[in-house]
Design a protein around this ligand. Structure first.
Ligand SMILES: *[C@@H]1O[C@H](CO)[C@@H](O)[C@H](O)[C@H]1NC(C)=O
Ligand SMILES: *[C@@H]1O[C@H](CO)[C@@H](O)[C@H](O)[C@H]1NC(C)=O
Ligand SMILES: *[C@@H]1O[C@H](CO)[C@@H](O)[C@H](O)[C@H]1NC(C)=O
Ligand SMILES: *[C@@H]1O[C@H](CO)[C@@H](O)[C@H](O)[C@H]1NC(C)=O
Ligand SMILES: *[C@@H]1O[C@H](CO)[C@@H](O)[C@H](O)[C@H]1NC(C)=O
Ligand SMILES: *[C@@H]1O[C@H](CO)[C@@H](O)[C@H](O)[C@H]1NC(C)=O
Ligand SMILES: *[C@@H]1O[C@H](CO)[C@@H](O)[C@H](O)[C@H]1NC(C)=O
Ligand SMILES: *[C@@H]1O[C@H](CO)[C@@H](O)[C@H](O)[C@H]1NC(C)=O
Ligand SMILES: *[C@@H]1O[C@H](CO)[C@@H](O)[C@H](O)[C@H]1NC(C)=O
Ligand SMILES: *[C@@H]1O[C@H](CO)[C@@H](O)[C@H](O)[C@H]1NC(C)=O
Ligand SMILES: *[C@@H]1O[C@H](CO)[C@@H](O)[C@H](O)[C@H]1NC(C)=O
Ligand SMILES: *[C@@H]1O[C@H](CO)[C@@H](O)[C@H](O)[C@H]1NC(C)=O
Length: 854
């Protein structure tokens, strides 16, 4: 054995000794703190608890506890309490863990930072997605390398922290807070900083040369002003990703951007840049994404740009270019996504050559002024997956040849002046997920071949002139989207975050659950990832998948909207096969015959067959659609008795059978039906309400109604008068609790309205709004609960990241309703409400479970 090796061994043994001794001291001290922490958390989280709840206190050392990591000496170095359903104030004794260097409390509902500012050893601190308010002061944390406080309610300036915490700081994320102050030069003392995200705050100031040192910089959605001086991009610029979107930057964008040779992502969306797009961008050899939309750039695009040989995503929407599509767009050979909506173009689709781009997967030319026939050449775009030509002035027929687009997943031709029949070749589009043809003048019958569209989940043919019967074959649409989703999951070229927000908003019905929830949580940022998720077949919202079971799961669900046509004949019983359907709109047609009982097999949330001539009994099978929230059978010829089974519909909150003069029977007074007033039964002389019209709904009915998703209940005219006393009472109670809620949740921050500006152009006058909600919601409502709920929704809307599912929203509403209904009976209501809020905010909701108040 060499002396060196021997020496090493001795050293190791000696070191081992030291380790053993310190472990004996360190562990007990740290364990005590963690036991204290566990108690503290248990005390503040009565209902829902994370893994800490089962930390075994009998262990001598806490080092194997879930989320705890120790060093060799047995000191606790890292604590991971991410997403552990922790609410309330933060623990005040973290600083008694002297070796703690890594702390993750993200994804909880903490309201304060505790004593974290004293944990001087912290290297990694993640407090993202909590409810922490007040100023950010972490000046004591001089060893930080990563700091993520995004998604809180921090206010005020942050300058006090810099350069105090800068020595080692490499990553800083303060996105999505309410921070203010001038950021110009603020981070210049942070020599190691590489990733900086300041987005979605209220920061002011101008851009400064320091940002060129970072690899990623996002100042998006702030109030940055001024022009971008050429000196901003210095020699040796390291930027790989630069996001300046949604600010108030003006002037020409400097050519010096060419110095940022490693740039792959650049977004200037939503500023007031003018002049020519800098030719220097052409030298950015690595750039993949250029988002330049919603500015006032000159319509001449420099030819140098076509030298960006990796450019995949080009968005120059909303620039009011006008005239013909510039020829240069046909020269970006590597493009996969070309987004040119809202530009007043009148022609040039074919001559520009964009239809010959070999790899183009998405072409969005919606909201322009194109006219004439749809270009035949589109049919030869082998790689085309998403074609959006909505809100133009196209006329003529849909080319038969579009049936060759075997890869097409979305075809949106809505709101044009298209005529003729839907071509039978549509049946060839087996990858199609969305078919949007609403608001045209299409005539003829729905081709039975549409049933061959096995992926088609979202079908909107509303407001055309379609005639004939609903083909029974249509019931086969969307029966197996699996292969298309599987393809998208494996396709690396589905660029993450490549989503198209405008189209998403257009395709999701804002007024109807379960889609209304997705719509309401959609922000400019997350619509891109929502799109990606949907394309891959991952659900967004827990929905019912089986009509006879209230169990919800996160799956994709579809809709069929055929409202406002001239369809006739009987609804085919085959419709019972459409097991992927949440929303079915057949209103405003000329349908006759009976409503097939098979409809009870669909896991529907919304069913509207209003304004047809449907006769016969209301099938009692409808009472089996347990997740049904809106049911409109008004303006038909239904006869016979209202089936008693309807009283099983505990989720129902809009119900309308008005103007079915032959309908008879008495309205169930139990369950949800206790809450519907005359509005639901107007023009039904044979129906007996069987109760005083002003009667207060039974408490259990009010308490158990499921959705408050419905948006506008404004159509309820006299109901409001009749129930005004009750409503006033509820309003008072609800407002009291709302004021409590406001303290804990932010008032809704609507996304920049213009970021979804599909209605600011010539498609206004409700044209495209119609597309999303082709028929008005049923007018009969449960006035007491619905009004209380709607008030709650107006006064308080959660930020999406705080309330991850509609279920939590429901729980919250449920709690508020219970509270509002009988406040005097529940002196402990604030506690119950607090518990509810905890659940709502963290929401580990067990499928089908009902929350019980005891
Ligand atoms: C922190 O520890 C001190 C004793 O060192 C104790 O008095 C205090 O209550 C603890 N704080 C919390 C929030 O547990
Ligand atoms: C912080 O936590 C969130 C959610 O758990 C995670 O998405 C994010 O990446 C983390 N931040 C850092 C810097 O690790
Ligand atoms: C910062 O946090 C936000 C929200 O949590 C997240 O979307 C974003 O990706 C983060 N930024 C960086 C650079 O990680
Ligand atoms: C920024 O300030 C304006 C008022 O000046 C306010 O309406 C807005 O909500 C603030 N935005 C954020 C993200 O705090
Ligand atoms: C921000 O600070 C910079 C440098 O300190 C200063 O030049 C600039 O005028 C300030 N901008 C605003 C909007 O206050
Ligand atoms: C650009 O990226 C390359 C490869 O990652 C790296 O070697 C180089 O240093 C980067 N350039 C700058 C200026 O950061
Ligand atoms: C594209 O780059 C090449 C050199 O890489 C250059 O010769 C050519 O002029 C550039 N084209 C344009 C249009 O700038
Ligand atoms: C749309 O096309 C019709 C003819 O099809 C024409 O009369 C009308 O003026 C066009 N509208 C616009 C805005 O171009
Ligand atoms: C159907 O698609 C295939 C290839 O996907 C194509 O060869 C065929 O011509 C198409 N049929 C019609 C009617 O468009
Ligand atoms: C397409 O639909 C038609 C009519 O419904 C049917 O006859 C044909 O077999 C279908 N083709 C395929 C490939 O499913
Ligand atoms: C639907 O749920 C019912 C009752 O929970 C069950 O009996 C039935 O098998 C389910 N049907 C399907 C297709 O999963
Ligand atoms: C382009 O659109 C803008 C805004 O919608 C409108 O004011 C303008 O008249 C349009 N220009 C043309 C040439 O149609």
């Amino acid at each position: 054995m060499s002396p060196l090796l021997f020496g090493l061994l001795v050293l190791l043994l000696f070191a081992g000794e030291v380790v053993v001794t310190t472990r004996a001291q360190g562990t007990s001290g740290d364990k005590d703190v963690l036991v204290e922490l566990k108690r503290f958390l248990q005390e503040h989280n009565k209902v829902n608890r994370g893994a800490y709840d089962s930390w075994p206190e009998s262990d001598a050392s806490p080092c194997r506890w879930h989320g705890v990591t120790c060093d060799l000496a047995g000191r606790v170095t890292s604590l991971d309490l991410a997403g552990a359903s922790i609410s309330g104030p933060a623990f005040g004794n973290f600083s008694r863990l002297p070796a703690l260097s890594w702390l993750d409390l993200s994804g909880n509902t903490l309201s304060g930072p505790g004593d974290i500012g004293q944990c001087r050893g912290l290297v990694h601190l993640n407090l993202s997605r909590n409810l922490i308010s007040g100023p950010l002061d972490l000046a004591g944390l001089t060893r930080l390398r990563t700091l993520d406080v995004s998604g809180n309610r921090l206010e005020g300036g942050v300058a006090a922290n810099f350069p105090a915490i800068c020595a080692d700081l490499a990553m800083l994320n303060v996105s999505t807070n309410r921070l203010t102050g001038n950021i110009t030069g603020m981070l210049d003392g942070c020599a190691r900083l590489e990733y900086v995200d300041l987005s979605s705050n209220n920061f002011t100031g101008e851009l400064w040369p320091g940002i060129a040192r970072f690899r990623e910089f996002s100042g998006a959605e702030n109030k940055l002003t001024g022009s971008v001086p050429p000196a901003t991009f210095t020699d040796g610029c390291r930027l790989e990703s630069l996001d300046l979107s949604s600010n108030q930057l003006v002037g020409k964008f400097p050519d010096s951007i060419t110095k940022c040779a490693n740039l792959t992502y650049l977004s200037l969306w939503g500023n007031k840049f003018t002049g020519v797009i800098p030719a220097g961008m052409g030298e950015l050899a690595l750039v993949q994404t250029l988002i330049l939309g919603k500015n006032q750039f000159d319509r001449r695009i420099p030819p140098e740009l076509t030298n960006c040989s990796r450019l995949q995503f080009l968005d120059i929407s909303s620039n009011m270019f006008g005239g013909d599509v510039q020829d240069i767009f046909g020269k970006f050979q590597s493009l996969r996504y070309l987004v040119l909506h809202h530009n007043n173009y009148t022609g040039g689709i074919v001559t520009s050559g964009v239809l010959r781009l070999p790899q183009l997967a998405r072409l969005d030319l919606s909201f322009n002024e194109f006219s004439g026939e749809l270009p035949q050449e589109v049919a030869d775009m082998k790689s085309l997956k998403y074609l959006m030509l909505a809100c133009n002035n196209f006329s003529g027929e849909i080319p038969q040849a579009y049936g060759r687009l075997g890869e097409l997943q979305a075809l949106d031709l809505s709101y044009n002046k298209l005529t003729g029949a839907i071509p039978a070749s549509v049946g060839n589009l087996t990858s199609l997920l969305w078919l949007m043809l609403a608001g045209n003048q299409l005539s003829g019958e729905i081709p039975p071949e549409i049933g061959n569209c096995t992926s088609l989940l979202w079908l909107n043919l509303a407001n055309n002139r379609l005639t004939g019967k609903i083909p029974p074959e249509m019931a086969a649409i969307g029966r197996d989207p699996g292969p298309t989703f599987a393809k998208n999951r494996n396709d690396a070229s589905v660029l993450a975050g490549s989503g198209e927000c405008q189209a998403m908003k257009r395709w999701i019905p804002a007024s109807y659950p379960p889609f209304s929830f997705v719509y309401s949580v959609m922000t400019r940022e997350n619509c891109r990832s929502i799109w990606d998720r949907i394309l891959k077949g991952y659900g967004i919202v827990p929905i019912c998948t089986n009509s006879s079971s209230p169990v919800r799961s996160d799956t994709i669900s579809g809709y069929v909207q055929l409202s406002g046509n001239r369809l006739s004949g009987e609804i085919p019983p085959q419709i019972g096969a459409m097991r992927n359907l949440s929303l079915l709109h057949l209103d405003g047609n000329r349908l006759t015959g009976r409503l097939p009982p098979e409809i009870g097999q669909l896991p529907l949330v919304v069913l509207n067959v209003s304004r047809n001539s449907i006769s016969g009994p209301v099938p009692s099978a409808i009472g089996r659609i347990l997740c049904l929230e809106m049911l409109d059978l008004s303006y038909n010829n239904f006869s016979g008795e209202l089936p008693a089974s309807l009283s099983q519909l505990t989720e129902l909150n809009r119900f309308n059978v008005s103007y079915n003069p032959l309908l008879s029977g008495s309205v169930p007074t139990s369950g949800q039906f206790g809450t519907f007033d005359e509005q639901s039964f107007l023009g039904d002389p044979l129906i007996s309400l069987g109760r005083g019209s002003g009667k207060q709904p039974p408490p259990e009915a009010a308490g158990r109604s499921g959705g408050c998703e419905a948006r506008d209940v404004t159509e309820n005219h006299c109901g409001v008068v009749l129930f005004s006393l009750l409503v006033a009472f509820i309003a008072g109670a609800a407002l009291f609790f709302l004021s409590n809620l406001r303290a804990r949740f932010p008032v809704d921050q609507d996304p920049d309205p213009e970021s979804f500006s599909w209605e600011n152009h010539k498609c206004d006058s409700g044209k495209c709004a119609l597309q999303m909600s082709t028929s008005s919601p049923p007018s009969g409502t449960s006035s007491s609960t619905a009004t209380a709920c709607s008030m709650a929704k107006e006064g308080w809307r959660p930020k999406p990241e705080e309330v991850p599912s509609p279920v939590s929203l429901e729980l919250l509403m449920l709690g508020m309703r219970c509270t509002a209904d009988a406040p005097q009976e529940r002196p402990d209501m604030p506690d119950v409400l607090a518990a509810l809020l905890d659940i709502a905010a963290s929401c580990r909701y067990r499928n089908g479970a009902q929350l019980e108040f005891t």
